[in-house]
Ligand binder design. Structure first.
Ligand SMILES: [Zn+2]
Length: 148
């Protein structure tokens, strides 16, 4: 989660909401990292998880990331929850809950839907306060009037 938080902290440099993700192999190797880059890339799908999964698949040489763990600072949305199921990651670890768009327990529970063949293990609330504070500070700074 430390690596995911480090990624998240870089996102505001390009005007993006601070969410970071990392994919770790079963032996502990970092396969891929990513941070939210919708503004930077002008891409609605450029969420931290998707970027990290793409990097991990490229490094692993396979779309199938069995044995891997996806660690992300914020509860995944429907797109990212779907993507991590498709990537066959074994485990999802996330920090802060996303009451507005979360798809791993909050609004939906895509990852643990019993109709799916592949259901990753979910560990939530890891360093949740740090992950949430990063987001709250980002949005608070945006609302503050510009200083000269
Ligand atoms: Zn997402």
């Amino acid at each position: 989660m430390g690596l995911a938080l480090a990624q998240a902290r870089l996102a505001p440099e390009h005007g993006d909401v601070p969410v970071g993700a990392v994919v770790i192999a079963s032996d502990g190797t970092v396969l891929g990292e990513g941070r939210n880059a919708r503004e930077r890339d002008g891409d609605p799908t450029a969420h931290a998880e998707v970027i990290a999964l793409r990097a991990a698949a490229a490094r692993a040489g396979s779309w199938r990331l069995s044995g891997a763990t996806l660690v992300v600072t914020l509860e995944p949305c429907t797109m990212c929850a779907g993507a991590l199921v498709l990537a066959r990651v074994d485990r999802l670890v996330y920090g802060a809950v996303d009451d507005k768009a979360g798809a791993v327990g909050s609004l939906w529970d895509v990852v643990r839907d019993r109709r799916l063949n592949h259901r990753p293990e979910v560990i939530s609330g890891v360093r949740a306060a740090e992950c949430a504070t990063l987001l709250a500070d980002f949005f608070a700074a945006r609302r503050r009037p510009p200083t000269r």
